[in-house]
Each structure stands twice: as C-alpha cells, then as structure tokens.
Design a protein around this ligand. Sequence first.
Ligand SMILES: NC(=O)c1ccc[n+]([C@@H]2O[C@H](COP(=O)([O-])OP(=O)(O)OC[C@H]3O[C@@H](n4cnc5c(N)ncnc54)[C@H](OP(=O)(O)O)[C@@H]3O)[C@@H](O)[C@H]2O)c1
Length: 250
Amino acid sequence: MQEAVVITGASSGIGEAAAYKFASEGFDLLLIGRSSEKLEKVKAQAQSRNINVKIETLAMDLKNFDSVKLQNSLSKISKPTILVNNAGVYTQNKPDDATLDVWKEMFEVNLFGSVKITQALWPIFKANKRGSIVNVASTTAVKPTPNTSAYSASKAAMVNWTICLAQEGGEFNIRANAVCPGIVETPLHGFYNAPASAKDKIHSGITDLQLLKKIGRPEYIAESIFFIGSEQSTWTTGAVHNIDGGINIK
Ligand SMILES: NC(=O)c1ccc[n+]([C@@H]2O[C@H](COP(=O)([O-])OP(=O)(O)OC[C@H]3O[C@@H](n4cnc5c(N)ncnc54)[C@H](OP(=O)(O)O)[C@@H]3O)[C@@H](O)[C@H]2O)c1
C-alpha cells in the first residue's frame, strides 16, 4: 500500500531533512510550513530524490489552521499513516521579559498547532486502524535551561500530551512518540547565520556540551523520526527519545 506522511515545519531544518528521508523511503508527502516559496524548494529537492512519490505543499500558519485546506491537500496524495508534528518557534527570554505574548506564541505554535492537525488526522488514522504520530519536542522538555521557560514548558506539555495520545490511540493501532532533539544546527538558532569567524567559537562551545562532541545535524533527527514513525518501530508507543549527543545526561 502506498502511504503518505504529513510533516509540519517542512520548509526548513529538521522538517526539511525529514521530508528528504521519507521521500527516499517511498512515502508520498504533504509538506506544511508558512513560506510557500521555501516549501516549493523542498518539494523540488525531495522529488529529485524519488520521482515516484506524490508531493503536495500547503502554506499555512498553524495559528490560523484551516481544516478545509488540509483535507483538500490530503485528497491529492495517498492515505496518510504518519504525522510528524515538527513546526516550532523558539525564543530566549529572561523571566521578566517573557511576556504573556511570548508564552502564547510558544504554546500557539509548538503545542496547539500540533494538537489541531492531530485532531484533523485522528479520524483517518482511527478508521484505518493505523497511524503514527511523531512529536518533535526538545531536550528542554525534560531538562530546561535558563531563559527558555515558555519554550521549555510548551515542549514539556507536548511530551505529556504524547503519552496521553499513546494511551488513547493504542486500541486503534495509533502510535504516538516524542523525539527530543538536542542542539541542532538550523535557522531556529541565532548562531545559524553567524559569520564563519564567529561560528568556530560557537561550535566548540556547543560541542563541549555534548558527550559525543559533535553538533546536531538535521539529518540525525530525521533518521530517528523515520525509524520511530515508520513500521520499523511497530511496537513502540508513548516513548520519549532523546536524540541529543548525550547532552541531557551530561
Ligand atoms: N534546532 C534545534 O536545536 C532544536 C532542538 C530541539 C527541538 N527542536 C524543534 O525541532 C522543530 C524544528 O525546528 P528546526 O530547528 O528545524 O527549526 P527551523 O529550521 O526554524 O524550522 C521551523 C519550521 O517550523 C515552521 N513554522 C514555524 N512557525 C510556524 C507556524 N506558525 N505555522 C506553520 N509552520 C511554522 C517554519 O516554517 P517557515 O520556515 O515556512 O516559517 C519551519 O518550517 C521545532 O519544533 C523545534 O522546537 C529544534
């Protein structure tokens, strides 16, 4: 059976890398992000890895979720069996400048955006008696760092919600798991666009934080998302996977 995966935040970083991995493995794709221009570039790259899969893009701000647009896009690809809730935003704020607006933004995108799309796909998974949800959380969900309270709390809520989903989905053969990336080099971080001269110093600071002494690459997370989301992990649900170079136990 031809299967499809829905990936949010597919226009950049980890979601982009996941799109390439799933395309290479023969999955149809629905790629969701805000920027249609970036999504089209990812689509072209993914298609070049596998001309036999169907790829749809949907430019949608998850804060203004539109279920009609989603269903329209889904109608153009195979039945979705996997959802990767990856779209996310991140800011660092000191406790006294983490305004309520900052907290709302973190929860609106990182948590509620994922909840909305999961609720839209749940009836499809349930009817097919098959579904797999991979929530991209963060190591900060388990071990927060200073000045990330709103972000870390949104990701902690995501991990907790993942376990509920696993409990609720088991009887319908719907799996739900979380991956918790460590520090991955993507545009999410301010240092991503730092000049090469500054980057060496930043990189060595980050690698010192890891047991494995190397900075995270989006591909490392994409491989884990694929493994956990696909039937390779058919007996895994409610699990929280640190994919982090060992930062969380250092
Ligand atoms: N990089 C890390 O070190 C790290 C560590 C732990 C967890 N994570 C998590 O990994 C996930 C992916 O992050 P990344 O590092 O790959 O960051 P990224 O390169 O900045 O990508 C973020 C993605 O989320 C999308 N997005 C943001 N706000 C959105 C909204 N309101 N509606 C729809 N899409 C939205 C972006 O779309 P546009 O580009 O179209 O705006 C983009 O595709 C996030 O959930 C992040 O919290 C990352």
